[in-house]
Write a protein that binds this ligand. Structure first.
Ligand code: NAD
Length: 498
């Protein structure tokens, strides 16, 4: 299906806004009857009231998840059978693609073009990829002495809580639940309070696909209540978390305060994008650099938020990026032709505005943008913003802003570029633009980041390639076969041969 104004309008008019918790195969309100208001950043209007999961709801979901896990209804199902159910789920996601896209767009303000043409297809691909891999993996036999046979097998870890952010609501959830479910675990998903609707909707879709009751629950709620209680729960075996480093550190503490559950973390970034003067195509690099920070309103963990440019091309290159940014202004997220949409909420909008003021006070030069815009809509929108003359010790170069704000920093030598790139608490991603293959490989080896893009920046999205961080950008990986390890235990069995 191709997006157009008509089909968007038609599906939106019939849209049902999911609002309840999903536990043991059915929707229900929070036992406490508590709820929270869900506001759309597109226009500041209330969308619905969403049930707010409290301790009793969490205990119930964990109890059901544990029961079904222990019975082996899902965990002991042959991988080829689990595969069929997830492939069916992928088909259902395709069937409801526009509906789910609209829910995410209305919830967090990103464009319908992004949700429909990027988030949904990549989520579907991710489900299919994990479904297809699971019945092709083998366990090991150790090269031990002839008196023994050592079996090294992998088992699901048990009950997994997946706690996810709002910037790609469905997609970030799928990155956790696809590998966690396919390996046989029970999963409790806690979406971000800013974007709960697509997560709630997929509860029923997984049941429709054939997933047994109890295996998958959705508990909406905020971080300090629902998220924290999940992390402290003594009958949850693993928390798979995507979000800020600040909360990631809390998750580690909660694990230590409770049952030492396994913690996987995908956290923030302040990713360097290095443009060497010998880059073969500066126009292409400028286009990609602008997209790397202004795509998805800059609300991207791996956004290329530090543009590190070699001195001799600095002026020209910044001019090119500035020119391109003019076509990356926010506009109505529900218009299929919009490039960028709304910022997730007023708190995030104010945070971005605060950082722009900090940048000015720190002495950086505001080249482009810097303002809240589209105020008449009642929604939250911010202009693409570019600072130059930034030094890497400024707050706008060190702290994650999570909005459309680019800090440009210049360098003279290869050594200086790498030093600046690595001078950060984060290590999620980096870009390197040069036609010298030796320089590119050397840079890739020296940069401390989980992903290095050479002569591209986040161009392809691929379920096969792991994504995750060095340093304070995280622990473990999403995507690729590596993500399966987050949700598996290793069992060694010694068999004596007599
Ligand atoms: P956040 O850390 O505020 O929230 C993330 C999730 O954690 C939400 O569901 C929230 O309710 C929950 N949470 C908040 N406080 C909690 C607590 N005390 N205990 C347990 N759970 C709690 O992050 P956000 O603002 O939703 O998302 C933006 C952040 O996510 C950015 O830092 C971004 O870089 C990061 N992110 C990282 C990746 C990645 O793959 N590395 C991908 C997307 C987003």
């Amino acid at each position: 299906m191709k997006l157009n104004h008509e089909n968007i309008k038609e599906v939106k008019n019939k849209l049902i806004y999911p609002s309840e918790l999903f536990i043991n195969g059915k929707y229900q309100k929070s036992i406490s009857e508590k709820s929270f208001e869900n506001i759309s950043p597109i226009n500041g209007h209330k969308v619905n009231s969403v049930s707010f999961a409290q301790k009793e709801d969490i205990d119930l979901a964990v109890k059901k998840a544990r029961e079904v896990f222990n019975k082996g209804i899902w965990s002991n199902l042959p991988p080829s059978e689990r595969k069929k159910i997830l492939l069916k789920f992928a088909q259902l996601l395709e069937r409801d693609r526009l509906e789910l896209s609209l829910l995410d767009t209305i919830d967090m303000g990103k464009t319908i073009n992004d949700t429909f043409n990027a988030d949904l297809p990549t989520s579907i691909d991710n489900i299919e990829w994990y479904a297809e891999i699971i019945d092709k993996l083998f366990d090991d036999i150790s090269p031990s002495s002839s008196q023994y046979m050592g079996l090294i097998t992998k088992e699901p870890i048990g009950v997994v809580a997946a706690i996810v952010p709002w910037n790609y609501p469905l997609w970030m959830a799928i990155w956790k639940i696809a590998p966690a479910l396919i390996t046989g675990n029970s999963v409790i998903l806690k979406p971000a309070e800013q974007s709960p609707m697509s997560a709630i909707k997929i509860g029923a879709m997984l049941s429709e696909a054939g997933l047994p009751d109890g295996v998958f629950s959705v508990l909406a709620g905020d971080g300090p209540t629902t998220g924290k209680l999940l992390c402290l729960h003594n009958d949850i075996d693993c928390v798979a978390f995507t979000g800020s480093g600040e909360v990631g550190k809390l998750v580690l503490q909660y694990s230590g305060q409770s049952n030492m559950k396994r913690v996987q973390l995908e956290c923030g970034g302040k990713s360097p994008n290095i443009i060497f003067a010998d880059c073969a195509n500066l126009d292409l690099a400028a286009e990609a650099s602008a997209y790397a920070i202004f795509g998805n309103q800059g609300e991207v963990c791996s956004a290329g938020s530090r543009l590190i440019v070699q001195k001799e091309i600095e002026n020209d290159f910044i001019k090119k990026v500035s020119e391109i940014s003019k076509n990356m202004q926010p506009s109505d997220p529900l218009n299929p032709n919009s490039f960028a949409g709304a910022i997730v909420n007023t708190e995030q909008l104010e945070k971005i505005d605060r950082y722009v003021n900090i940048g000015k006070k720190e002495g950086a030069y505001l080249e482009v943008g810097g303002n809240i815009t589209m105020k008449d809509t009642g929604g939250s929108y911010f202009e693409p913003t570019i600072f130059r003359n930034v030094s890497n010790d400024m707050k706008i170069a060190q702290e994650e802003i999570f909005g459309p704000v680019l800090s440009t920093i210049s360098f003279s030598s290869f050594k200086e570029a790498i030093f600046i790139a690595n001078d950060s608490q984060y290590g999620l991603a980096a870009g390197v633009w040069t036609k010298d293959i030796n320089k590119a490989i050397k840079a890739s080896r020296e940069i401390k980041a989980g992903t290095v893009y050479i002569n591209n920046y986040e161009e392809g999205v691929d379920s096969t390639i792991p994504l995750g961080g060095y340093k304070q950008s995280g622990i473990g990986r999403d995507n690729g076969p590596q993500a399966l390890e987050n949700y598996l235990q290793v069992k060694s069995t010694w068999i004596k041969i007599t």
